[in-house]
Design a protein. Structure first.
Length: 265
């Protein structure tokens, strides 16, 4: 019987980010993914000015209703959210998740709070607030980078200790904090789940292609839904991500498909 996941995020034609990065990881792990795009673009803006447009929230609602009428949403064991272009889109996603959880209390909801990076938001502040106020309370797991965790908690994130302190303020059962600064040449990814704290250490790759966070979130969700414990899901997911980054050296786009084919657990 097919296992279904609903994924609401951006979609690009070139340079995988959003659904274009996360969905292949989920499909490779054996999941059927129902994809609802929040924005359709020719490419990631980091590769040059894109063509495309965001999907009106009303159209998202129509798509959700159509899937509901088909009975497709009741087949979902998980939901993943990523980039949203408007606060109204977040409202639609939150209402959809609430209804799905009423039908399936065990629904695994991964919220990747795509807010910004470095030292700035790259979504409008009302979008960021809507994600924090409406989606985080519904999340089984969230996957913020260090800037996003800082913004969500209003805490400075400069090291592992700061990350653990900030994570404790969110009262979410499972947090995968990505790109945590460790020193001038290393970053960490930390999973905090109850009493479990696990981490991986990676060499900082300042020229890594876009989409690493989205790909990691998809890999992690797939591993968790396939029964791996958080610490093992983290190790496996980061190994595949690092394979993709290595394969992409000198290239503008993350080699997701190549890594999924090459990686041997």
């Amino acid at each position: 019987m097919p296992r279904h996941i609903l994924s609401l995020s951006s979609q690009v034609a070139y340079g995988p980010v959003g659904n274009s990065a996360a969905v292949p990881a989920l499909q490779a792990a054996g999941f059927t993914v129902l994809q609802i795009p929040t924005i359709l673009l020719s490419n990631h803006p980091g590769l040059g000015k894109p063509a495309g447009k965001s999907l009106p929230a009303s159209d998202m609602q129509i798509m959700v209703a159509a899937l509901e009428n088909l009975g497709a949403l009741k087949k979902c064991t998980g939901v993943m959210t990523g980039y949203f272009a408007t606060a109204q889109q977040v409202h639609v996603a939150a209402a959809c998740i609430k209804k799905m959880r009423n039908d399936n209390p065990a629904l695994f909801v991964l919220v990747d709070p795509v807010l910004g990076d470095g030292d700035r938001l790259y979504v409008a502040e009302d979008v960021a607030r809507a994600i924090r106020n409406e989606l985080l309370p519904l999340a089984t797991c969230i996957t913020p980078n260090s800037f996003e965790l800082s913004w969500l908690t209003e805490q400075t994130i400069a090291n592992r200790k700061d990350t653990l302190q900030a994570a404790s303020l969110l009262h979410i059962s499972e947090i995968l904090a990505t790109s945590v600064p460790m020193d001038n040449s290393h970053i960490a990814n930390l999973v905090v789940s109850g009493e479990v704290v696990a981490e991986t250490l990676s060499v900082l790759q300042p020229a890594a292609p876009h989409g690493t966070g989205d790909f990691l979130a998809g890999l992690y969700l797939a591993s968790r839904l396939n029964g791996l414990a958080p610490q093992h899901a983290l190790t496996r997911s980061v190994s595949i991500l690092e394979c993709a980054i290595a394969r992409s050296a000198g290239e503008p786009c993350l080699d997701i498909i190549g890594a999924l084919h090459e990686y041997q657990p």
